[in-house]
Every structure is written in C-alpha cells, then in structure tokens.
Design a protein around this ligand. Structure first.
Ligand code: COA
Length: 234
C-alpha cells in the first residue's frame, strides 16, 4: 500500500498484522520493557519492517534506537520513517544520497474523533475540507488532513530537531491523491517551505507520505520546486 505513494528511490516494507516471530535487539527491548502488548506488537513489527526495507538497501540487520522525541535513529547513510495503526505497520527507508527527508503515516479510514479537527486544522483547511466533503463524501478528508500533518512532522523533525505545531503547516489536499504542505515557520535546514505529498485510501486504511529527493535541494541548501512523490499514480 505505502509503496504506491512513494517514489522509486524509497524502499518500503509493510505488514497488515503483527509478525509473531519478529525479534528486537537488546537496546530496542529496553525501549519497550514496560509496554502493553499492543504497543509491543506495533513496535516490534515496525522495527521488523524497517530491517526488511533496510536489507533491500544492502544494510545488515542492526538496532534502530529511539532518538530525541521518539524519532528512530537510522543506520549511517540512510533515513526513514515508521508508522503503525490498527491493522497496519510500515517502514519506508532511503539512502541519504537520494533522500533529503521522508515521512509516512497510516490511519484507519474513519472520521476523526469529535473535537480533534478543531485542534489540528487551520481555518483555511476547514473551509477546504467542506468543499472536498461535498465533492467526495465517501472520503474521510478530516483524517487525511490529520495524517498529512503527521507525515509533515515526521519529515520535519529529523531534519530540524524542532517541534512543529499543527497550526504551523497549512495543508492543501487534492482529490487526485496529492497534497502540498506549506511550512509557516522557517528553518534553513529544511531548504524549502513547501513539501509535496501523496495520499491513498484502500481497504479501510489511509496512508500519507512525503518524500523529498536530495536533487530537489540546491547545493546552497535552498529550494528547488518540489517534485518529490510526483511519479505517476499506480
Ligand atoms: C510522533 C507522531 C507524529 C507519531 O504519529 P502517530 O500517528 O501518533 O503514530 P504512528 O504510528 O504513525 O508513528 C509512530 C512512529 O513515528 C516515529 N516517530 C515518533 N516520533 C518521531 C519524531 N519526532 N520524528 C520522526 N518520527 C517519529 C516512530 O518511529 C514511531 O514509532 P515507534 O515508536 O514504534 O518507533 C505523533 O504522535 C505526534 O507527536 N504528533 C504531534 C506533532 C505533529 O504531528 N505536528 C503536526 C505538524 S503540522
């Protein structure tokens, strides 16, 4: 599912349930020593997916520790992103020579719980959601917005090391499976204030992804027009 919304230079692995015989490295075990079964299952299977994807980049199995604010620490020369929700676990990784940043998120395809939209959406996003809802009522646009913002944060944080409020990105969702996120705070390390992403709804799930190619970043770190995720929809 997730590979359909990522460019070819990103490698993915996914599972639609937990992998019972998946194992952790000791330093990863420490991270979830006190976790409940559901959290353990998603963590273990997320790491399992990450190692499967990394293997396809030629990286030998090794621990993926947790860094600042929960961001995974990827092996040298690679970057990646992990997501999990009920019925789905996935990882996406890429070589640093190809990728400037990467963020993926999956959610159940259902409306957001009451009160969440007001907490995460900007006024212009709420207006746009009404239009989308009228045009295609079968899609949970509010959940797509939420997921897109989670992907933005996962693409933002590893590069900047900074928190990003939900109000600090304005997401414009298209009906064709694409979205753009305008960052309303500037951080030179991002090299852009515009992130291009894609979304997909399938089998009761939805996924969003942002993948910014290294080639989209000028040598001076400033932006070129975003082309990431701009491959044909399959
Ligand atoms: C961290 C966060 C994005 C995770 O999203 P989620 O939908 O709750 O959960 P998911 O299962 O999709 O993702 C969890 C995975 O994200 C990754 N993750 C956690 N913190 C991260 C961070 N700071 N940067 C990048 N990735 C992170 C981890 O791999 C984690 O899985 P793991 O703990 O098993 O390794 C979310 O909980 C959060 O804190 N959001 C607030 C910040 C935000 O979204 N701002 C909006 C900006 S527009």
């Amino acid at each position: 599912m997730i590979e359909k919304i990522l460019p070819s230079w990103v490698v993915t692995a996914e599972e639609f349930g937990d992998v019972p015989d998946a194992t952790l490295f000791p330093e990863e075990e420490e991270l979830i020593a006190n976790a409940v079964a559901v959290r353990r299952g998603e963590f273990v299977t997320g790491r399992h997916c990450a190692r499967r994807a990394l293997a396809r980049l030629g990286v030998s199995p090794g621990p993926i520790p947790r860094g600042e604010r929960g961001a995974p620490l990827w092996p040298p020369g690679t970057i990646g992103s992990i997501t999990h929700c009920a019925g789905y676990r996935a990882a996406a990784v890429a070589a640093e020579r190809d990728a400037a940043t990467l963020g993926i998120d999956a959610e159940p395809h259902g409306p957001l719980p009451s009160g969440v939209l007001e907490a995460i959406a900007r006024p212009e996003e709420i207006v746009a959601l009404r239009l989308l809802q009228n045009a295609e009522p079968g899609v949970c646009w509010d959940r797509i917005l939420f997921s897109a913002k989670e992907s933005v944060y996962k693409a933002w944080f590893p590069v900047t090391g900074r928190w990003l409020e939900f109000s600090e990105a304005s997401v414009d969702i298209g009906t064709s499976g694409r979205f753009t996120a305008r960052l309303l705070v500037t951080d030179a390390r991002m090299g852009t204030d515009l992130l291009a992403g894609r979304w997909l709804v399938a089998d009761g799930l939805l996924a969003t992804a942002i993948a910014r190619a290294r080639q989209d970043v000028d040598p001076d770190g400033r932006r070129r027009p975003p082309q990431s995720g701009a491959g044909p929809l399959t």
